[in-house]
Design a protein around this ligand. Structure first.
Ligand code: CUA
Length: 342
């Protein structure tokens, strides 16, 4: 027994450290929506049921291993009589069936709750103060967030007012991705040519993480997003800012804007109210208002913008932006422009 503990000590230590780490950070066990809460509840129920089964089965195994490890007790012969024990056979068939039936029923009840929220009239219905339509479009390798009722298109950071029910439709511009923020609720696949819908009611202010959870190519691991849940007043001011036309440029930023409009940039990016109407890359109208860029993998700092413009592939390999071989002066002017797009 002691040698068993000694042999498995590294594994036990690893499990303990993982559990402690998980307890302190964002995960499916720190839900911010009733949908995620019900999934966390299901996970807990399954863990307890599986734990009980584990203890009973392994306990029985350990008991027999220890009992017979030092030879047969006195008086027992090597001859073992086996016969049909019908009652035992029925018991070990019925017990797993009952356990699985309970797990099935609990899973179906929760699954039903996830797809039939009374607060959700469905997409297409007019969004009320309590509901918000969000169209999520997955791209290799970034996320587009489109608020059709508000006329806002942004990237990698989804804003929502606390208390709102998000009626989310998920699409893909290229291959299959999967939209998942553990604190928000279940994963939902982004499938080309198809619209998948899901519902999340956000109940806690905060800045949360999300990640593509379907292998979608070389940059799959770098396809992150943020979920920013804020008080209603703060969300409303974000909406007003995003709805405003692109800022008017002066000085260096103006020459950066000119370069942007005369260059290859407009083939892929949109700046509202200008000739830039490309849709391959993110809409940059209010680029400077975002905290991150490049699939939410880079902090939106001057330094990173310059590095990105110098060589996009060096900062994040696999993205679709080509190296435009810009001169240092051009890069500084473009960076001024991008930083002025508040
Ligand atoms: Cu997109 Cu993985």
């Amino acid at each position: 027994m002691l040698s068993f503990v000694r042999a498995t000590r590294p594994a036990l230590l690893l499990i303990l450290i993982s559990a402690l780490a998980l307890a302190g950070c964002e995960s499916v066990f720190t839900p911010i929506s009733p949908q995620a809460q019900s999934i966390a509840n299901l996970a807990t129920i399954l863990f307890v049921v599986a734990g009980l089964v584990f203890v009973v089965v392994e306990g029985t195994l350990l008991y027999f291993v220890l009992r017979f490890s030092r030879g047969r007790p006195a008086g027992e012969t090597a001859e073992v009589e086996t016969k049909n024990e019908r009652r035992i056979e029925i018991a070990w068939t019925a017990a797993p069936a009952v356990v699985l039936a309970i797990v099935f029923i609990v899973s179906m009840v929760i699954l039903r709750f996830l797809v039939t929220q009374p607060a959700a009239p469905g997409m297409g219905a007019a969004a009320s103060a309590q509901t918000l339509n969000v169209r999520v479009v997955a791209h290799q390798w970034w996320w587009e967030f489109d608020y059709p009722d508000l006329g806002i298109v942004t990237a990698n950071e989804m804003h929502a007012p606390v208390g709102a029910t998000l009626l989310v439709s998920v699409e893909s511009a290229d291959v299959i991705h999967s939209f998942w923020s553990p604190v928000l609720g279940g994963k939902i696949d982004a499938i080309p040519g198809q619209i998948n819908r899901t519902i999340y009611t956000v109940t806690k202010v905060g800045d949360y993480g999300g990640q593509c959870s379907e292998f979608c190519g070389v940059d799959h691991a770098f396809m992150l997003f943020r979920v920013i849940v804020e008080p209603r007043a703060q969300f409303d001011s974000w909406v007003r800012q995003q709805q405003a036309p692109a800022a008017t440029m002066t000085g260096h930023a103006a020459s950066g804007e000119q370069m942007f409009m005369n260059g290859a940039c407009i083939g892929c990016h949109t700046i509202n109210g200008t000739i830039a109407r490309g849709t391959l890359g993110p809409n940059l109208t209010h680029f400077a208002s975002r905290g991150t860029f490049a699939g939410s993998t880079q902090q939106n700092t001057r330094d990173n913008i310059v590095k990105w413009l110098e060589d996009p592939q060096a900062l994040k390999s696999g993205n679709l932006m080509p190296n435009l071989h810009l001169t240092p002066d051009q890069i500084q002017a473009l960076a001024d422009y991008l930083e002025s797009l508040r």
